[in-house]
Design a protein around this ligand. Structure first.
Ligand code: ATP
Ligand code: MG
Length: 378
């Protein structure tokens, strides 16, 4: 069986059952076809996998589900010291190691031995029969034993999950997804905190034949939330309008304000409560505090930038870890070089910006009509 431990959702008081059910639903979706049964118990989830299940596949999937702290492939024993001893011995016997320790945890107080005593009894068995040495500090092998009311679990490793909260437990957000490195990471961080992320991407339809690269990024991110919805918005006309009507140094700010307005509209339609961007303070000219203030003021909904205090280096590292980096660095003309000014404004003033913006006719309804909506699933 597979034993799953979750972190934070274990401490959410009354909402606990809802959180756990959400996580169970997500696991079911991610492992469909591979499992026979899944049940939740106090503080853990147990999965019975199919006899011919692909364990690598299961491990791969579980390592990407927000809310899982760690998981283990376990041997089930009855809550009986003799059976536990035997199962632990059986695991140890097949391993090559010279030092070991036993780490028992007794969740059921009905069990007659303390955790310490279980460590001693099982440790003694392995020490004697296999001639191995106990090392509590830095052992080659740790055998974990978890004793519940009806069952005990014996296993040799805890595989790491990504932690966080189960997707869907914190409502929906709309993420502004560019072709760059940052916004996919920002979207991922929101998923990790339990939000379902709806993507919006704007592109110049006369320069980009198909936003295939963006789809690849969304496919990668869908591994973490299982299902995604994305809005692809042709934005060529607005870009040309901005170029025709706004001085070069302010173009990016106005452009981003209009994106925020469209995102807000989509959020309202989808029942999402916030907009997410990949901004990080000072990384580019549009990301100075003053400019961010001008851009975010375009939306009545809160705009959340989860990367705001991170360095580029840290963001790149994270992008590599989650697997979006290799797609992000592919060539893509998302926002046409002609929008980028040689000397962009770094201290925009909101009132000035709002005045400039009046020169551009923005018909959000019409923009929305042209949106192409795509659904993605694992
Ligand atoms: P990224 O690496 O995410 O592209 P960046 O550092 O290149 O970010 P900008 O290009 O100024 O910075 O974009 C800032 C944020 O604005 C992006 O993180 C994204 O949230 C949003 N954004 C930019 N361009 C687009 C686009 N074409 N479609 C949707 N959102 C966009
Ligand atoms: Mg960018």
């Amino acid at each position: 069986m597979i034993l799953i431990h979750y972190g934070e959702i274990g401490i959410k008081g009354k909402n606990r059952a809802a959180f756990e059910n959400c996580l169970v639903r997500n696991i079911r979706k991610a492992l469909k076809g591979e499992i026979v049964k899944i049940r939740r118990e106090y503080g853990r989830i147990l999965i019975e996998e199919k006899e011919d299940a692909n364990l690598n596949f299961i491990g791969e999937r579980l390592s990407k589900i927000p809310g899982i702290e760690n998981f283990s492939f376990v041997t089930v024993a009855s809550p009986d010291i003799e059976d536990i001893k035997e199962k632990a011995f059986h695991i140890a016997k097949r391993m090559s190691f010279s030092t070991f320790r036993i780490a028992a945890r007794r969740a059921s107080k009905n069990f007659p031995y303390t955790s310490m005593k279980v460590n001693e009894i099982v440790g003694e068995e392995i020490r004697k029969k296999l001639g191995k040495k106990v090392d509590l500090e830095n052992p080659d092998l740790t055998i974990f034993i978890e004793i519940g009311d009806k069952e005990a679990y014996v296993y040799k490793e805890k595989l790491r999950g990504i932690g966080g909260l189960p997707v869907g437990s914190q409502g929906k957000v709309v993420a502004l997804l560019s072709g760059g490195i940052d916004s996919p990471v920002a979207s991922w961080l929101m998923m990790k905190r339990g939000c379902s992320v709806i993507f919006v991407h704007f592109y110049n339809e006369s320069l980009v034949a198909s936003p295939k690269k963006i789809e690849e990024i969304i496919e990668k991110l869908t591994e973490y939330q299982m299902e995604s919805k994305a809005y692809f918005i042709p934005f060529g006309r607005i870009q040309y309008d901005i170029v025709a009507n706004v001085a070069a140094k302010y173009r990016m700010i106005i452009y981003r304000r209009i994106m925020a307005k469209v995102a807000e509209k989509i959020a309202n339609k989808e029942g999402a409560k916030a907009i997410v961007t990949g901004d990080s303070i000072g990384q580019v000219a549009s990301q100075t505090i003053d400019n961010i203030l001008c851009i975010y003021a375009a939306s009545k909904l809160p705009v959340l930038p989860p990367l705001i205090g991170m360095d580029k280096k840290e963001i790149v590292e994270m992008a590599k870890k989650i697997g979006t980096y290799e797609y992000s660095i592919k060539a893509y003309d998302d926002c046409c070089s002609f929008m980028v000014a040689k000397h962009p404004a770094t201290k925009a003033n909101l009132q000035d910006i709002e005045k400039m913006e009046e020169r551009i006719k923005i018909d959000i309804e019409k923009i929305m009509e042209k949106a192409e909506i795509k659904e993605f699933s694992l």
